[in-house]
Ligand binder design. Sequence first.
Ligand code: NAD
Length: 512
Amino acid sequence: NTDIQSILNKLGVKESNAAFSTGSNWGGESNQEILKSFSPVDGKLIAIAKVAAVADYEDIIAKAQSAFKEWRVIPAPKRGEIVRQFGDALRENKDALGTLVSYEMGKSLQEGLGEVQEMIDICDFAVGLSRQLYGLTMHSERPSHRMYEQWHPLGIVGIISAFNFPVAVWSWNAALALICGNVCIWKPSEKTPLTAVACQHIISKVFKANDVAEGVCNLIIGDKAVGELMTNDGRIPLISATGSTRMGKAVGAAVGARLGKSLLELGGNNAIIISEHADLDMSLIGAVFGAVGTAGQRCTSTRRLIIHESVYDAFKEKLIKAYDQLRIGDPLDQNNHVGPLIDTDAVAAYLDSIQKCKAEGGKFVVEGSVLTGEHYSSGCYVKPCIAEVKNDFKIVQHETFAPILYLIKYKTLDEAIALQNGVPQGLSSAIMTLNLREAEQFLSAKGSDCGIANVNIGTSGAEIGGAFGGEKETGGGRESGSDAWRAYMRRQTNTINYSNTLPLAQGIKFDL
Ligand code: NAD
């Protein structure tokens, strides 16, 4: 495939078959196990990656530990300067990397480019933050004492990422972890190793130009088994894992058992409440983009619409019309709205969910199906569909990572909020209303129980400035903006006595 080859050349990826890289070197010779990356766009095999064996893993850990000793003493603003250069390198490679993301993962080119833009944005954010890793100063109860807190790096940060944001999630973690003084080991999804290799090339060049020690940012290719090596490893104080709730429960338990720290970013089951006071045209765009964008494979995809009974029928008709106009096909062709699912397993899960929904009494107003024919040869293209359901259907309580949208009717706002909150997940939520009382109730303590709650925008498409993450089975982690950086550091409280005596706290007397 000449196109992809020229993109790889632009990105400097010459060996796409390496198992892992530390710094700028490639290796991983000790294992013969491989994994293959197929593009869901056209079904072509685009990369063969060697899976890291235990010996490779040990090598990476040793390099990371040694690099940490150097990296942690570089002043944070100087580390920020290197992250700034990484952001610039991403700017230079935005088109090529965005196209590769689109081709390997299957999201639209616009979204692939948007994903790289998010990487650039988090670098900019991290550069500023590198001069703002503030701790508090407290007044001591003892005379001539000073008390303050400071933040130190943790050591190795393990990053385990999902296929659907194959590069951005790594950068959210890495940019912050790096300015905080940590080193990283990244295990990308086994479904998207090639984009990860490309990212490693980009950052390695920047490190090399700055004489940064090898082992500050490491890539390790493998599946769940490699992830498990990381989660059980006491040498990795923080594991930041993004993926399914099933994975998060396993990772949380393994890291918890060794009393390590975990930052979990798991599945969502996101709803938009469409009130009788909503701007229905605006709501339509938010709902349709939220439900079909990235073919329903965003953690923040809109899965449920909770619609007021007075506008339910009108809005349903608008949705049906809009779905009729969706163009499904090659995501690199900008005329298309919807690309493929990641693989044929995801297609099987989509079909299974449709069946389960029907078995529970769901009524499809837009039917789903798998597309066949010349343009759909990968077998990964499906038709976005819409079903009228009850919120307590088992299938509605579950996150299906596909473009299936559920419609639920409500009478009162209290009922709508209860429905919105009435799922095990708690990632993103939204209300469409022009009524101030409704909006404020939705955002209040008795409103949405999610980590993200929006008014008059949909559930998907967060900006990096805010802390990103969710509650309940979404895992409770926060990444990206606001003070999410604190998760990547350890807090130390310091008390300094500059008097001539040693008074004890709480007035305790101890004389010798
Ligand atoms: P997945 O859970 O199948 O895999 C995610 C990653 O975890 C992969 O790298 C995988 O190899 C690894 N993994 C799986 N089991 C593991 C284990 N027991 N120990 C260690 N590592 C393990 O998820 P996926 O299909 O790649 O991604 C889709 C899921 O990710 C959806 O549920 C989606 O909502 C979620 N997601 C959440 C966010 C968020 O920020 N909340 C963002 C993106 C995706």
